[in-house]
Design a protein around this ligand. Structure first.
Ligand SMILES: [Zn+2]
Ligand SMILES: [Zn+2]
Length: 723
């Protein structure tokens, strides 16, 4: 046996290290081990030495022994190749990618039960505001003290005090209970002939056990989920595992319900809202192969599935699949790579596929399965523009008379309406009428956004909050502060002013911050306890409300301003998705799009329903600009708490820029969000030919440079954030 093992430790600052294997230690590539590093012990994974070269080779006699080999299945070769590929492509430390695979430290250990806490319903004698907040926010939750404190946004001490007061009690939880097995024969749906044909193609791809990226392109309401569920059924029958990726944690709960209706039990869920014990149980079931179907956010992509037979990326066009900190990966693209390494199909499901994905279909690299009609005889909604230059809202209001009249009719018929505005809070900007002062975040290049529901001003980038001031901080004038522009809370006020009896719900990440809250919203919609939903992009995806017949887009021009190369495409997708919420049942749907530019190509494409010519024009514009998918970008982001240092470092990097054929370097310039969380950010942007190995160019460029310790230099390959 090889007495030496190369180990990638969970420490992003370190390369792989070699250790001595003790006699009897069962070590093979992929083994999960515990190894000494200085005085500490760190978890890591054994790797093939030639796949993970080390520049710090140590002689046999100086090797330290491995401390422990965990009794867990080794990480499979396909996952090891995926980790290597992700690290190389996104220019991240392999250990940072590995951390996403070993995402539950407690899963490695053997403890069988933990003590968690939950509310008893008793009210403590001394109810401080903090205690009241804690009890309100953790009602119905269970978890460790730390987890409850985080959920309630209070200190651990507050939770412990509540335990002492008897308002919270300990519960012993067994954490290795088996998950139920989904049954493919539980409740097969009655599919239309088009759906059945599409489902048969997907199922055949699963049975072929071969890598195959497939775009499932179906209009909103065409029943894409039912169709790919048949591919999931095929994977379950063949004994292999399935991963379904969703763009938002808020979509998990409705998905679990639909899945349970079809397969008789819920799948295994994986997202950031899981308790430590749930994470541990899920991780172990995924690694052992017991978890037949896992549904999760993008981080579920790197988990150690024992035998993956199918990956589904639902709402695959969503920008939220792009991770914006840590490892800057795009989950849609990494999912396709995982399918390549695992030898299994990857289904990208969308009603509005990304231009990048359509291009892969055009090149013949991805197969395409289309669902051109809505399911069950439902028709696509009619879409009309409301020209705000003619059909003006009243002063200080944002809903045009046409839209108000349509709301009136809809509510009067007992149907439901949805108003879409992609702005959280009450007003995006607060200014002083007296001196003109605008309230800006002290840490970021961003306005403080007024939230009336929680009575504070908040920065949406760093989370900085302040109570709404009574007087202007600049001139001291009292009562001079005015909100500018609408957020969803302000639109809700306007709806209440027009229709005092209407029951409204605001749907944003502020109100739907957990899967349980999302489930509650869905149940209230289904029970028709809501007449008008006012929501951000969170409501544009995935939801299916048969009684919702009117959609109003409050400001269709919002996404089009600014220089983002994907602005038009994203606006089109977002409005098409939100429009797709209307008329999904027996009753026809109507969509009103408020705009100052009814002739803009995006608006025209939405009204005419001619998505193809819009996509064709957008694709051509990208080709001419050599923008993705025809060319590529990479950002180098330099940040420091000190502005001068950030600028000086960025300039030094700029001066060292190589001259490479097929690549141009722009900048440095202030990055999108020039100040974020107190750090000043500068960006250099590399624009390159598709075929150029831009990572190699950047690696060679940055390698000889040294930076001050307080400066961070991060690379964002295929950036999505240009604003
Ligand atoms: Zn003032
Ligand atoms: Zn901020």
């Amino acid at each position: 046996m090889n007495p030496r093992a190369r180990v990638l430790l969970l420490n992003a600052a370190l390369g792989p290290l070699d250790y001595r294997v003790e006699p009897g230690q069962p070590v093979e590539p992929g083994s999960i081990v515990l190894a000494p590093l200085g005085p500490r012990l760190l978890a890591g994974v054994v790797w093939e030495p030639d796949a993970m070269p080390s520049d710090a080779e140590v002689g046999d006699n100086r090797l330290r022994p491995l401390n422990h080999v965990y009794d867990l299945p080794p990480l499979g070769a396909p996952l090891r190749r995926l980790i290597e590929w992700t690290a190389a492509y996104y220019m991240a430390p392999p250990a940072a990618v590995l951390r996403m695979a070993l995402a539950s430290a407690s899963a490695l250990d053997g403890a069988r039960s933990v003590v968690e806490y939950r509310t008893t319903g008793a009210v403590p004698p001394r109810l401080t505001p903090q205690r009241a907040q804690a009890l309100e926010r953790i009602a119905g939750r269970q978890g460790l003290v730390r987890e409850l404190a985080t959920a309630a946004d209070v200190s651990d001490g507050v939770i412990r005090g509540l335990v002492k007061a008897g308002a919270i009690e300990p519960v012993e939880v067994r954490i290795d209970d088996a998950f139920p097995s989904p049954d493919p024969a539980h409740a097969p749906p009655a599919l239309s002939p088009e759906q059945a044909a599409a489902a048969a193609r997907l199922a055949a791809a699963v049975e072929a056990h071969a890598a195959a990226p497939i775009l499932l392109d179906g209009v909103t309401g065409s029943g894409k989920t039912e169709v790919y569920f048949e591919a999931v059924a095929a994977a379950i029958r063949s004994g292999r595992q399935t991963l379904v990726l969703l763009p938002e944690i808020a979509l998990t709960e409705p998905f679990l319900k639909r899945f349970a209706d079809r397969f008789g039990c819920a799948p295994v869920a994986w997202h950031s809202d899981l308790r430590q014990s749930q994470r541990r149980r899920a991780w172990r079931a995924i690694a052992s192969g017991e978890a037949r179907v896992t549904v999760g956010a993008r981080s579920a992509l790197f988990l150690p599935y024992r035998d993956l037979g199918l990956v589904v990326v639902d709402e695959a066009h969503e920008a939220s699949f792009k991770q914006e900190d840590g490892v800057h990966y795009h989950a849609r693209d990494v999912a396709v790579m995982r399918g390549q390494f695992e030898g299994c199909p990857v289904i990208l499901a969308s009603a509005t596929p990304a231009i990048e994905t359509r291009q892969q279909v055009a090149l013949g690299r991805y197969a395409e399965v289309k669902l051109p009609a809505r399911f069950g005889g439902a028709t696509l909604p009619t879409i009309d523009a409301v020209d705000l230059t003619r059909d003006r809202p009243d002063r200080g209001r944002w809903l045009a008379p046409t839209l108000v009249a349509a709301l009136d009719e809809t509510i009067g018929r007992g149907e439901q309406a949805l108003l879409f505005l992609n702005r959280r809070g009450y007003a995006p900007l607060t200014l002083c009428r007296h001196c003109g002062h605008r309230f800006k975040c002290p840490n970021c290049t961003a306005w403080m956004v007024e939230h009336r529901l929680t009575a504070r001003l908040a920065c949406h980038h760093c989370g900085h909050v302040m109570p709404p001031p009574r007087a202007c901080v600049e001139c001291g004038e009292e009562g001079s502060l005015v909100p500018c522009g609408p957020g969803v809370e302000r639109i809700a006020d306007e709806v209440a002013a027009h229709f005092p009896d209407a029951r409204t719900a605001i749907v944003t990440s502020d109100t739907l911050w957990s899967p349980a809250k999302a489930a509650e919203f869905v149940n209230r919609m289904d029970a028709r306890e809501i007449d008008v939903v006012i929501g951000t992009q969170l409501v544009t995806k995935g939801y299916h409300f048969p009684n919702l017949t009117l959609v109003g887009v409050v400001d269709a021009d919002l996404g089009l301003s600014g220089g983002d190369l994907r602005a038009a495409e994203r606006s089109f997708q977002q409005i098409a998705q939100v429009a797709g919420r209307a008329g999904r049942g027996a009753k026809p749907g109507r969509v009103l799009v408020q705009t100052h530019e009814p002739d803009a190509p995006v608006i025209q494409a939405l009204i005419s329903g001619d998505a193809e010519s819009f996509y064709a024009a957008e694709t051509e514009a990208r080709r001419e600009a050599n923008a993705p998918p025809f060319g590529r970008f990479a950002g180098i982001i330099v940040s420091s708490e000190d502005l001068d240092e950030a600028v000086a470092t960025a300039r030094a990097i700029g001066r060292a820029a190589p001259s490479v054929e097929g690549a141009e370097v722009y900048g440095p310039a202030p990055a999108p969000l020039a100040q974020l969380r107190g750090r000043h950010r500068q960006r250099l942007l590399v624009h390159a030919r598709r075929a150029l190995d831009v990572q190699a160019v950047i690696r060679a460029w940055l390698a000889p440079l040294t930076f001050p310790k307080s400066v961070r230099v991060a690379v964002d390959v295929d950036p999505y954030n240009f604003l």
